[in-house]
Design a protein around this ligand. Sequence first.
Ligand code: UDP
Length: 437
Amino acid sequence: MYKPVRIAFLSEHASPAALRGGEDAGGQNVYVDEVSRNLARLGYSVDVFTRRDNAEMPEIIDWAPGVRVVNLTAGPESPLLKDDLWPYMPAFREAFLSFALRDEVSYELIHGNFWMSGWVAAELKQRLDVPVVQIFHAMGKTKRLHQGKNDHSPRARIAVETRVIRDVDRLIAQCPNELSELVDDYGADPAKIAVLPSAVNIEIFRPVPQAEARAFLKINPDEFVIVYVGRMLPRKDIRNVVRATALLLQRCPEKEKVRLLIVGGETPEPDPVRTPEIGELQRLASEMGIAERVQFVGKRQQDTLRYFYSAGDVVVTTPWYEPFGLTPLEGMACGRPVVGSAVGGITFTIKDGETGFLVPPRDPQALSERLYQLLCEPALRVSLGKAARERVEHEFTWRMVAARTAALYESLAMVQRPLILPDQPTLDLPIPSVAGR
Ligand code: UDP
């Protein structure tokens, strides 16, 4: 009889279900959603364990063919800040064990996401003798370096990360930069790290003709539109984009022909109370005399974002640091040039001068120079955008990520290859690089 290969994804704060709601969901939610679905297409059966933050939520959600979301009770059944979840991780571990015992489910492998679920995974490895693959999504030392006193991570974070790195069987680094962080900052064994970049859904994120996107969003077809999409956090440095737009406007005779579109936030309506960074940006734009040229959109669902990216002439993201960064890939998938800061994963996804431009972070002048260049050179925008879409199609799809993740699982001797059903394609891509091999 066919016995599915069962994988437990642990993701204590980032549920795929949050992508459908009004909550602030970021790259980790997207990763868990896409990788679990695409693994299921390869024949795996995936349960995604997350913390229940709403008493109304059912325990089990049939999320997609082959994927269930399991809401475990650990702490209050209400939303909590990620930085406040650490004390509830022993309860999360116990809830997982009770669930597995009650439903008599055993898992061939645990795939931990973020440092707290990494701790739970390392604990479960000890108790159940099950192999663990871990992806951190972000590292505590890098966060502390860039955020300083504004880093509210629990004090235990870095010590826990160090233990997880030591104890798990394989580590996924999303880009070469993260590989260096793991090895140089934490002393990880390079032989157990696979560099396995994340990706973009190229069916959802696809170019829409610009005129159509602008008609849909009621944006003037003659404007030069700069688009930011992402969470509204100080570290994303959207203030830098506002400042660069102000500098660009100083050089433009027709000021009404430039617009900065800012998409994201806690709620579908831009609300400076629920999303304080929106308030900061509104103040800054007014101070700089460009309030009319900056439009706040609020949070949007993934399946409408292509209209926002495609309405743009350029997509911009200039964070202080970025572990990987999905939004540059999304802009590229929509056939737009992306200008990003030369940090973390962005240095890996954007090909400087070929699919967009890299600029130093915290440098509005450098950003405004590139914006001015793109404003003046429509043909360059088209050629960079075309190359961007091609790069994404060849290098960054979730099917590739799932195939490489499956190859990584199979490199652990205990995990068998699932029986691939006849209508499912076999994607035997190699793991792109396992350091030290
Ligand atoms: N996002 C979204 N709706 C919004 C703003 C952002 O769905 O209104 C998504 C965006 O499409 C991307 C993710 O949030 O997939 C952000 O991921 P990224 O890796 O760029 O940054 P993170 O949030 O993980 O720091």
